[in-house]
Ligand binder design. Structure first.
Ligand SMILES: Cc1cc2nc3c(=O)[nH]c(=O)nc-3n(C[C@H](O)[C@H](O)[C@H](O)COP(=O)(O)OP(=O)(O)OC[C@H]3O[C@@H](n4cnc5c(N)ncnc54)[C@H](O)[C@@H]3O)c2cc1C
Length: 426
């Protein structure tokens, strides 16, 4: 057994959360094997914006600096959103930064992975390992079975296999339950800022994130890798139906440009310039964990990131909640007193902290998406939007996660069961 703690850790899924978790553990001498289904690390998807809470979590994990180096940014520079009207002249509806100035970071996903991969021992990373089954073997052990016919035995399974998670099945009984299509699609692309300027865009798009709101659609833009590139996500929603069954087939596909040209043809000039520059848009069918999970843990299987709380991306907070999960789990697992004999108590603490917070962010993300896509409908004008948008990020950014974990660890250390369990292991 390689781990200094005496238990083996397997991480299923090598996305942003899986790799961050492996590093958070490795920095404290706990080896974790990462099993990734894809033939290489390097994800589909363009950029993600993260807020202060996520930046603090990355800092606590000791990976903020390498990530910053790869994002070409000396410090977090992304300021809060400006909401503008999608149609017409793009008047400012609400400038969030005027009420609560905060800074975040625009991360290009491949750059994030580039920053993280060199920090891990290559022999911990296993590609082409699509996990099909997680089977409890008794005595707290589990076997992972992979599509290529191989298997792996472990003492702790961390499921970071995204919203379509199979590990979630160990916690909820059936991996396909608790997952719905939200009737929201997103078209993603990255455009050159220079090209937008050449096309005559007047709205400033390279300094701050913008949300261009309209009935049943909105566009998110934010600068990335300095100000050279603009990350663009075009959202369209169908509010006439309740959230429903999962989409059959692929949830991401490349679509002809004419599809987006048509959908956003009623937007104002600058919005249409942006849409016009999204080459080969990739269309994402947005699924969400629903109903939310009351627990992220079963036995020694623990869910982290989208597998636990895949959410609609309207608060730009999904991966941030994943990084918070990773921070909490790594603090708990690397705590000096954590041992195989008290692992269940440690995971119980994770479960007391994480579902409460991440599920709230999930629910709020859905709610604000409905606000953005109601703008311009009867009764939903500028005054209404200003009231609705005030303070939407405060509870996410200003949560003191470190203090929460410090207090939980102190309580754990005072728990005689935890202390006795660790003594009995000595
Ligand atoms: C359009 C859009 C815009 C978004 N914008 C933002 C944003 O601005 N800010 C933000 O915070 N979040 C945003 N998000 C959400 C963010 O992308 C997710 O929260 C984040 O990617 C979750 O990370 P993860 O590591 O949990 O899962 P994933 O990134 O989904 O990674 C899961 C990994 O597991 C692998 N895997 C899957 N199944 C298996 C298996 N059976 N065996 C082995 N490996 C497996 C996959 O190949 C993948 O590498 C956005 C999402 C979308 C769709």
């Amino acid at each position: 057994m390689d781990s200094t703690k005496g238990f083996r850790v397997a991480i299923v899924g090598g996305g942003m959360c899986g790799l961050a978790c492996a590093i958070g553990l490795a920095k404290h001498g706990i080896r974790a094997d990462v099993f990734e289904a894809a033939p290489e690390f390097g994800q589909v998807g363009a950029g993600v914006g993260i807020g202060l809470n996520a930046i603090r979590a990355l800092d606590g994990l000791g990976i903020l600096e390498p990530v910053m180096q790869k994002t070409d940014s000396k410090k977090p520079t992304l300021r809060s959103f400006i909401f503008v009207s999608g149609p017409g002249q793009h008047e400012i509806v609400y400038d969030y930064a005027k009420h609560s100035a905060q800074f975040g970071l625009g991360i290009y996903r491949p750059a994030f992975l580039d920053a993280l991969l060199p920090l891990l021992e290559p022999d911990c990373l296993h590609l082409n390992k699509k996990c099909l089954l997680v089977t409890p073997l008794g005595s707290g052990k589990y076997r992972l079975d992979f599509e290529d016919g191989t298997a792996h035995e472990t003492d702790l399974v961390i499921g970071t296999d995204g919203v379509k998670s199979i590990v979630r099945g160990c916690v909820v009984g059936n991996a396909q339950s608790n997952l719905v299509f939200t009737n929201v699609v997103a078209y993603r692309g990255i455009v050159s800022h220079k090209a937008l300027l050449k096309a005559g865009i007047k709205t400033t798009v390279d300094q701050m994130p913008l949300c261009w709101m309209a009935a049943d659609k909105h566009i998110i833009t934010f600068p990335m890798q300095g100000t050279e590139k603009i990350n663009v996500v075009l959202f369209a929603s169908d509010s006439s139906k309740p959230m429903g069954p999962q989409v059959q087939g692929s949830w991401v596909e490349t679509v002809p440009k004419s599809e987006v040209d048509h959908l956003y043809s009623d937007m104002g000039d600058d919005a249409r310039i942006i849409v016009d520059h999204v080459e080969s848009p990739s269309k994402w069918y947005i699924h969400s964990v629903n109903p939310t999970l009351s627990s992220y843990v079963s036995g020694r299987v623990v869910l982290v990131g989208d597998s636990a709380h895949g959410m609609q991306p309207h608060l730009g907070a999904g991966v941030g909640q994943g990084f918070e999960d990773v921070y909490v789990l790594c603090r708990l697992l690397t705590h000096p007193t954590t041992q195989p004999s008290n692992l269940d108590l440690v995971l119980k603490v994770y479960d007391e902290l994480r579902p409460r917070r991440a599920n709230l962010v999930l629910e709020e993300s859905a709610r604000v998406g409905r606000i953005y896509d109601s703008f311009g409908k009867p009764g939903c004008g500028v005054d209404w939007a200003q009231q609705q948008l005030a303070g939407i990020w405060e509870f996410i950014w200003h949560h003191d996660l470190k203090q929460e974990v410090d207090e939980a660890l102190k309580k754990l250390d005072d728990d005689p069961m935890f202390r006795d369990a660790s003594r009995s292991h000595l």
